[in-house]
Design a protein around this ligand. Structure first.
Ligand code: ADQ
Length: 727
């Protein structure tokens, strides 16, 4: 049966031990609420830490109860695990780095090793529970290695990953010594979701730079799989908040707030006490507002509601101290006997009281320095009715791209925040209501329930799409058939590409020379008189001759420009010219100079611009520039521009690997034809083949070939198998 398996650092049930008694309570966060709408306790599973250390004697009974009553499977974590994996690597390394606070990042090998270990513990629990048809949905930065760990042990699993915090630009991400492991870990998923498109962009850029894998429109071709990445902005349980404003308890508490604040204009801010939330800067901005606008003294109150968070982490302790001090300073400086400008509550409020605050507030001040999404901004909007209300929202929050009717501010500018408060206080209720209505329309549609449903549906679809791409994978049955027809045939033609097909790619083309194993494989094939082996390459004839000149096989160089029958001499294809090279060469040289990491290769009848080691972001632009310029210069010459694997090649038109293949195919009647290649130039061969030929593409992607094999290793193994069967 297809089930949903949710994996997150904490379970949706909070377990607490007090005086030897264990208490269970439902977690109330946005994530738990959102997922509960699609989580079926009886059938689905939730894997995470319960909040109780594994050493506790009642651990086993607790586990059973959690499973039986809540569908939850606790991951056993020791105190040391939590200290190093959660407080350490997750919150002292990843959190500050991903929120653009490199100065707070702790690089600690021990914490990293524990992060790996705990991710493995999570993988063990997932593997105990999950089957290959289940949808596994992993959440957040604590578990970034988990997708790959599961993929390694359950290769066909359907794995989704959602990152709740920003993904930083490569300039920051590269600071992390374990950046490659993190990227590889995440790429174990089938679908990766983030709150905003900016984070997706940053992630794709890191993938390109660290793995060299191709990415195209949110798809990553990596390790013979396609991984999709997209923005899924998370919403809130809109109805729950909006309906609660009519609740009697909420009304009563609201009246109390109104009375206590003496009907003054009420500004609120609500967050976890975290440096990323910009609490200090916000207070400084409010102080600036009070100093510049004495007419508002005694007329406004700022209520700051801060939930204690990560209290054991040093940076948080220091932050708490400095906020206490700042609140004291402002109140001391501006307060009067009847007016305390800042009310500071350091605790979590029950739902009804939180809603009442949202309902009473004239302004909600949400000014994080960086925030993945920020649900408080959305909750405030959901709790407004017809009494207006202004949301002042930092442009650094993921929510800013959706809540465009808020007052947008740069949280680093006390001046901007001050001006926004002033503007908000001066805006008519009519305009406030209009803005609120627009934002409510969006939030009522894009709820957290819809978010969860969209993600899981997409995960299903991604898997179907990937299955269709992989339907060409050469399986045991087809291999057997190919081997069978090889065995019974007497005239065989084997057309092989070289780079990427028989050899892996190298930074520099000249470094990819053949190894001993490859010579063995080729010699085995050649030794059978029934075989005619042709190497069809884009390389220069000099290289092919040096490497394979002494072997009894035919060679094709420069994508069909030069042909050499086994034992014969090189022959030039018809209608080939090279004079054009003199006018194109300086052009490409100019681009080599302007683009570090690129190089120009000159073949007899073509020019090749290689960019394998260049900055992948820069190449996106430069490649277009190069091809556009080339198009202008080549329009009246009989030459074409061809894009290959990290190369742009300028060559004679009408001559390609396909025409070379044709030369051999039409020379004789063959009862077995096999063609193998990996890139776009080999597609010309696949297209030329007669219908009974067998074609194999190396690596995933769209192709005219009948089959796909993952890497050159499998191709070598396959060729060996053929040879052995033919004995
Ligand atoms: P958080 O950093 O926790 O979440 P946020 O999205 O604002 O930030 O969620 C906070 C939640 O806690 C809200 O639902 C809010 O109502 C509640 N809350 C805050 N203070 C409270 C208080 N004093 N009393 C009661 N409740 C309080 C992370 C990312 C965010 C991302 C979410 C969801 O950092 O950017 O939006 O995950 O993906």
């Amino acid at each position: 049966m297809k089930r949903l398996i949710i994996v997150s650092n904490r379970l949706p049930v909070t377990v607490e031990e007090k005086n030897g008694r264990v208490r269970f309570s439902k977690s109330v966060g946005g994530l738990a609420t959102g997922l509960s709408s699609i989580f079926n306790r009886a059938a689905d599973r939730w894997i995470g830490w319960s909040g109780i250390y594994a050493s506790k004697s009642f651990g086993r009974t607790l586990g059973k109860k959690l499973t039986r009553e809540y569908g939850c499977y606790p991951v056993p974590l020791s105190q040391k695990d939590v200290q190093l994996y959660y407080e350490g690597f997750s919150n002292d390394t990843v959190w500050p780095l991903f929120h653009y606070f490199p100065q707070f990042v702790v690089y600690d090998d021990e914490a990293w090793e524990r992060y790996v270990k705990v991710n493995k513990l999570f993988a063990d629990t997932v593997l105990k529970v999950a089957g290959k048809n289940d949808n596994i949905w992993i959440h957040d930065y604590h578990l970034m290695l988990l997708p790959k760990m599961i993929r390694d042990r359950l290769p066909d699993a359907k794995i989704g990953f959602f990152l709740h915090i920003p993904f930083p630009s490569f300039e920051l991400f590269r600071l992390l010594p374990w950046r490659k492991e993190i990227i590889e870990g995440l790429l174990g998923a089938n679908l990766i979701g983030m709150h905003a498109y900016d984070y997706v962009r940053h992630f794709l850029s890191s993938v390109k730079r660290l793995t060299g894998s191709e990415t195209n429109l949110g798809k990553i071709y990596h390790a013979n799989r396609v991984i999709e990445v997209d923005a899924f902005p998370m919403g809130i349980d809109y109805k729950k908040f909006h309906n609660a404003i009519h609740d009697e308890k909420v009304k009563k508490y609201g009246e109390k707030i109104h009375k206590e604040t003496k009907g003054r204009k009420l500004i609120i801010s609500v967050d976890r006490l975290d440096y990323s939330k910009g609490i200090r800067k916000r207070l400084e901005a409010f102080e600036y507002f009070l100093s510049k606008n004495p007419e508002y003294h005694e007329k406004v109150v700022l209520i700051m509601l801060e939930v204690p968070s990560r209290v054991k982490v040093k940076t948080y302790k220091t932050l708490k101290g400095s906020i206490d001090e700042l609140v004291g300073r402002i109140n001391g400086k501006f307060g009067t006997i009847g007016w305390v400008p800042v009310w500071y509550l350091y605790r979590s409020l029950p739902f009804n009281e939180l809603v009442a605050l949202y309902k009473q507030a004239d302004i909600c001040l949400v000014t994080p320095l960086r925030d993945g999404m920020n649900l408080v901004a959305k909750e405030y909007i959901a709790c407004r009715e017809k009494s207006g209300g202004v949301l002042i929202l930092s442009e650094m929050a993921g929510a800013a791209s959706e809540l465009v009717d808020s007052f947008s501010v740069n949280p680093n500018s006390a001046y901007e925040v001050c001006e926004a408060i002033k503007a908000a206080l001066g805006t008519s209720v009519k305009e406030q209501n209009e803005r609120i209505r627009n934002m409510q329309g969006l939030l009522a549609e894009s709820t957290v329930q819809r978010w969860a449903a969209l993600f899981t549906e997409r995960l299903e679809r991604v898997k179907v799409r990937q299955a269709s791409l992989q339907s060409k994978a050469l399986d045991a049955k087809s291999t057997k058939k190919i081997v069978g027809s090889y065995r019974t045939s007497v005239n065989r033609l084997i057309l092989l590409d070289y780079d990427g097909t028989l050899m892996p790619f190298s930074d520099k083309p000249e470094k990819a020379y053949p190894d001993e194993e490859l010579y063995d494989v080729l010699n085995e094939l050649i030794s059978d008189k029934k075989n005619e082996v042709v190497l069809i390459s884009g390389r220069k004839k000099r290289e092919l001759e040096k490497w394979f000149g002494g072997m009894k096989m035919s060679l094709v160089a420069e994508h069909g420009v030069w042909l050499r029958e086994a034992g014969g001499s090189w022959v030039l294809a018809k209608n080939i010219k090279q004079k054009w090279k003199d006018s194109i060469r300086p052009l490409l040289q100019f681009y080599v100079m302007r683009t570090p990491g690129t190089l120009l290769e000159e073949k007899d009848y073509s020019l090749v611009w290689h960019y394998r080691t260049a900055d992948p972001e820069l190449i996106v632009f430069r490649k277009n520039e190069v091809t556009e310029t080339l198009l202008q210069y080549t329009s009246n010459l009989n030459i074409g521009i061809m894009e290959g694997n990290k190369v742009v090649e300028v060559k004679n038109l009408g001559v390609d690997k396909g025409s070379a293949a044709m030369h051999f195919i039409s020379g004789k009647i063959y009862d077995f034809i096999l063609a193998v290649g990996d890139d776009i130039t080999d597609e010309d061969v696949f297209r030329t083949l007669p219908s009974n030929a067998i074609s194999i593409k190396v690596g995933i992607g769209h192709t005219n070939a009948a089959f796909i094999l993952p890497t050159y290793n499998e191709i070598r193994a396959m060729l060996r198998k053929l040879k052995r069967s033919g004995k």
